[in-house]
Design a binder for this molecule. Sequence first.
Ligand code: BJ8
Length: 422
Amino acid sequence: MTDYQAMWEDLGMDLETHDQLCAVLPMAFGDTYLTQENRPEGMAFYDFVVSEIHGVRPAELIELQKQGGKVFGTFCVFVPDEVVVACGGAVTGLCGGSQFWVPEGEKVLPSGICPLIKASLGAHFGKTCPYFSVADLYVGETTCDGKKKAYEILGADKKTYVMDVPQMKRAKDIAAWKDEIALFADEVEAETGKELTAENLAAAIRTINEKRRALARVFAARAADPVPISGKDALLMMQIAFFDDPVRCAETANKLADELEERIERGEGVVPAGTKRILITGTPLAIPNWKLHHLIETSGAVVVCEEMCTGTRYFENEVDEGADTLDGMFQALSERYMKNNCACFTPNPGRIEDVVRMAKEYRVDGVIDANLKFCTLYDVEKGSLADALAEEGVPCLGLETDYADNDAEQLRTRIGAFVEML
Ligand code: BJ8
């Protein structure tokens, strides 16, 4: 394994605390991932990325910076990667998914805030994540109250550009998001020193669409019974997609999809046909949050789809490639991004329709609606989602949890009972 100590030191990281994180992650990964049987060979790439998670990609980003490129750190799938990629920049997802960062986050935030936000700020202020350190600037967005206000705290310490996400989906909201994208494009041009043109934006739109198609192929394979890949492995692919290079991301996902399609032809699965199939929906599962998937998949069921931003919401809906002017492309980008059914919208019937549709597409036996503690947006949608699923005859279990492990046994009991009755 390469020694990245000097790089982390140059990034101004807290090496001592960071060493503690580096010591626990391989263990957690080994227990959760490497104990699985008959994993697709294509997962070797993702295992390698995890084994060097704070080294290999940050080193690439530093290399890009040496060549004059800029790194944009983001916290939400609303930020249009296409604009950054077009200007020769890189996007890296920054949402924190570990309890390790939460106490540091609680030093600057109230404790009654969702763990994703606390972990993200904890990773920044504790200087224990190279992705935060390497980013030239952060790009926030006005989705939930917690994030919106947290960007003020982050912004006082590092340049943070905030995009104003509309909260409804009327024509005027799509026009407003288009304007926001145009403003963001100005910011990206100023930051990168590179002009955004119809040519480079069209190329970037194609690149990101290809990445979406590749991820979608892996998900499509999960509709098979027996399912050719575990939910944990598919989740890992998604989590890594947030910070990997988009071209390589498409290549590795396509390679994995090829293998899964061959498995389907041979009737080969990671679990026996007839294993109870779960769709999980709700708040994002940022790396290394594998808690619920692990509990479900060690309770006799398998996760076959994630209706969440670390799942279908990341790749569904492509950007229309027909426009040939920047204005037309901003419109196409706005239309695509505004199809995301995040619970920050009101009303938000699209998410419920998506879950019902996917429950059929992925032939699920039950849905788990997972909420990160203190996320009001998704918590409030629980009732209408459960009602819609009940009407369709799909059993649904609502769960609320955070990143700590102390509720694991209680969750295991509830998940076990749910799987039993499916
Ligand atoms: S588009 S889901 S990535 S905002 S941080 S809302 S869990 S209280 S992450 Fe999200 Fe964009 Fe929407 Fe997707 Fe709740 Fe926590 Fe807020 Fe969260």
